[in-house]
Ligand binder design. Sequence first.
Ligand code: YH5
Length: 278
Amino acid sequence: MIQFGKYHLPRRGRPLVMGIVNLTPDSFSGDGLVGDVDRAVAHARRQLEAGADILDIGAESTRPGAAPTPEDEELARLLPVLDELAAWDVPISVDTCKPGVMRMALEHGASMINDIAGMASAEALAAVAGSDCAVCVMHMQGQPRSMQQAPAYADVVGEVAEWLRLAVERCQAAGIAADRLVVDPGFGFGKTLEHNLDLFRGLASDVWGGLPLLVGVSRKSMLGQITGREVGGRLAASVAAAVMAAQQGAAIVRVHDVAETCDALAVWSAIVLGGKDE
Ligand code: YH5
């Protein structure tokens, strides 16, 4: 089981589906919902009804080349939506790397903190340590503004796994128990296509410390590079990647297209797990 605050979700069986609710102005990925609380809440409701096990809301721009979002701006985008969603019977994950936003998010009912900066600061650790929220620790090489300029690794799987191992060690030293931790190799965050493919192949290896893996590749550029399609035409590629993530042992897939992903994972599960769901 993985603990998400008051929720406990299984980490065996088909991967849990995390539905993306993007509260940034990044309309380039076809999902930006900034400034319209009602539209964002309606989108989240559709994600839930389509079968999402977790909703991930993010108000910080992290796409390659993005400038940092000021904290007051991030909170102004986030809290009105979080206040609505936290009353629903589903764990809400908040995608942020700012300790102040983490603290406010937990006060407002978040059950998971999803930090693309890998809980790198003492302040971030302190913000989550005293709660019982889940924590996703993601690997990124560099900073969003410049991370795609010249990503370089000698051994991408080994280096990302070792970086995550150290990050997890810091989390556990700060009092975050293993059943609250999820690790994520951070597809697209300071990685070339070849790095992303090596990481995907490496998901099933035993270098991840036995912790649940979160895989986020939905609509990302790596799928555009493979298929030659713009972001609006990456549904089939995203669903295929989610099924492959399941096959590689992912515990959580972070996706835009929840209904399609759930159908595909139901087929995967029927074939691979049979009636056992194990
Ligand atoms: C992730 O992998 N990613 S935000 C570019 C796109 C489409 C989508 C060009 N937060 C992750 O979703 N959190 C993001 O089209 C994340 N893991 C975790 N844990 C980037 C994103 C996206 C970027």
